[in-house]
Ligand binder design. Structure first.
Ligand code: F1P
Length: 348
C-alpha cells in the first residue's frame, strides 16, 4: 500500500548522503572538467533546463559569475531550442551547460542537439541517468546517479545537480578552499533536516495561511523560484517568487494577514532584505527568515556564503511537503504533472 509522500519524504531526508557522493563524483570528473574549461577560452556560459532545472540554471549562472569573470545566464530549454540567438553564438565560444534529472526532457534535448549540430560551442551536460539521451550528447557528460528519484517533483535531484554545478564553478575558479569547505555540507544538511522539520510542520499545517511569497537575490532568486515551484506542485498553493527588492514594486499589493513572506536572507544584502521584510510585516503579513544566523531557520554553518546556498532548499522542500499533506495532496503524485515532459511530433 502506498503511503502519501513516502518517496518524497525519503528523497528529502537522504539528500546529505546524495550530496556526499556528488562531491566525490565531481572530484572524479575534476581532470576532465578543468581540461574543458582551460581549452575552451569561453566568452559566455549559458545554463539551461526546464522547470526545476531551469530554476537551477538561474541560480547556477548567478553563482558562477560570483566566482569567475565571465557573463553567464540561465535560460529555459525551450528558449535555447526555439530562439538559438539567445545563447550569443558569435564566435562559437559559448559553453552551454544543460541540466536535467531525467536527461529526457524534449526541449532540453532538442536545444542541445541543435546547439551541437550548428556548432555553436561546447556542451557540458549534468544529469542523473547514464543511459538517457542527454548523457551522451555533450562534449563532456557528468552523470550523478545519487540524484535519481521515484517522485515526480524534484527534491534530492535538484540539490544534487545544483551542488555539482557549484562544485564545478569552484573548481574552475581554482578555489580549492571552497571545495574543502563544501565537504562539510552533508553533515550540515543532516543537522538542518533534523531541526527545520518542526517549523515546516507548524507553518505547513497553519490554516491561517493561504498564500506564500519567497524572496531571494543573486543566486538565491533561482532557489526562491524552486521552493515556490515545490509549493505549487506538491501542495497546489498560491505561491510566487520574487527578487527581494522587486517585491515592493507591485507584488506587495497582494499582501494580507494570511500571507507568509519567506526571505532567503544573505550576509551581503542583509540590511536591504531586513528593510523589505520589516515593511511587509508592518503591512500585516507574516514573515519568516531562512539564512546563516539570526534567522528563524538558521544554518549556523560557518561556511562561505557562495557555497552554502544549497542549505536554503531543505526547509522549503519540507514546508511544501507538510503543506501538501495538510491539504490532502500526495506529494509523490502532483496534480496534472508528469515526471518528464516529452513532446510528441505534433507538439514539436
Ligand atoms: C524537469 C521537470 C520539471 C517538472 C517536474 C519534473 O525535468 O520535468 O519540468 O516540473 O518537476 O521535472 P528534467 O529535465 O530535470 O528531468
Amino acid at each position: 500500500m502506498h503511503t502519501p509522500g513516502e518517496h518524497t519524504r525519503r528523497e528529502i531526508l537522504t539528500q546529505p548522503e546524495a550530496w556526499a557522493s556528488t562531491l566525490e563524483a565531481v572530484q572524479t570528473y575534476a581532470g576532465a572538467l578543468k581540461d574543458l574549461w582551460n581549452k575552451g577560452n569561453f566568452e559566455n556560459v549559458v545554463f539551461t533546463g526546464c522547470g526545476s532545472t531551469y530554476y537551477l540554471s538561474l541560480a547556477a549562472a548567478s553563482l558562477l559569475q560570483e566566482l569567475l569573470p565571465i557573463p553567464a545566464h540561465g535560460l529555459p530549454g525551450s528558449e535555447v531550442w526555439l530562439h538559438p540567438a539567445t545563447v550569443r553564438p558569435s564566435q562559437q565560444r559559448t559553453l552551454l551547460i544543460a541540466v536535467s534529472r531525467s536527461g529526457e526532457t524534449t526541449e532540453t534535448v532538442r536545444a542541445c542537439q541543435a546547439f551541437v549540430a550548428q556548432k555553436q560551442g561546447t556542451l557540458l551536460t549534468l544529469s542523473c541517468y547514464p543511459s538517457s539521451p542527454l548523457a551522451s550528447l555533450g562534449h563532456l557528460n557528468l552523470v550523478l546517479p545519487a540524484g535519481q528519484e521515484t517522485s515526480v517533483a524534484q527534491t534530492r535531484a535538484f540539490t544534487t545537480l545544483y551542488l555539482a554545478a557549484v562544485a564545478t564553478a569552484a573548481l574552475w575558479a581554482g578555489r580549492s578552499d571552497l571545495l574543502a569547505e563544501m565537504q562539510h555540507l552533508p553533515e550540515l544538511g543532516r543537522r538542518l533536516l533534523a531541526t527545520a522539520g518542526a517549523m515546516a510542520r507548524q507553518l505547513g499545517t497553519d490554516a491561517g495561511l493561504d498564500r506564500f511569497y519567497f524572496l531571494g537575490s543573486g543566486s538565491r532568486y533561482g532557489l526562491a523560484c524552486e521552493i515556490s515551484l515545490k509549493m505549487k506542485e506538491m501542495s497546489l498553493s498560491h505561491s510566487e517568487p520574487f527578487h527581494f527588492l522587486e517585491f515592493r514594486h507591485g507584488p506587495q499589493s497582494m499582501l494580507s494577514p494570511t500571507s507568509l513572506v519567506a526571505g532567503l536572507v544573505s550576509d551581503t544584502d542583509r540590511l536591504h532584505e531586513a528593510a523589505v521584510l520589516e515593511g511587509m510585516r508592518s503591512r500585516g503579513a507574516r514573515v519568516l527568515t531562512v539564512g546563516e544566523t539570526q534567522a528563524d531557520v538558521a544554518f549556523g554553518s560557518g561556511l562561505s556564503e557562495v557555497i552554502r546556498t544549497v542549505l536554503y532548499l531543505p526547509f522549503g522542500q519540507l514546508l511544501a511537503f507538510e503543506r501538501a499533506l495538510f491539504r490532502d495532496q500526495d506529494p509523490d503524485r502532483p496534480h496534472n504533472l508528469d515526471a518528464v515532459v516529452r513532446l510528441d511530433a505534433a507538439q514539436g
